[in-house]
Design a binder for this molecule. Sequence first.
Ligand SMILES: [Zn+2]
Length: 144
Amino acid sequence: MSHTTRLENIPVAGTRSYPPRHSNFTAVFWQGLKQGIWQTTRCGACGHATFPPKPVCPHCWSADMSWAPLGSRGHLYSWTRIHAAPAIFATESPYAVGIVDLDEGLRLACRLLENENTIWTPGMPVEMVVLSYEDGPLFAARPI
Ligand SMILES: [Zn+2]
């Protein structure tokens, strides 16, 4: 692979309210994301990419998975604003979360980054960014 997308890194004060669990397998993803590397796994047997990254292909059960770069862009499929947040996210509410369809055809859920002028509309183009908290990264989407 010659093309590697580096997502924009946006510093965020404080720590993540609910840090993702790390395994030896997912550590590759999270350590890469910290440097803005946006990637997932692709199956060598059937060619399908999956998100989140998986050690075994959910389409054909092959374990022939390797890391492949993702493009940063996609479109918003749907979104909502969370006002009554789970206790662990209470200090962050209200906040917007969405479902994004990446240009590669993968669908994921993530936090949406907005300002007071943002009007979320299904189908609008978005790009992925890294939120760099003091204890590690999260990924999010924002309007292009
Ligand atoms: Zn497969």
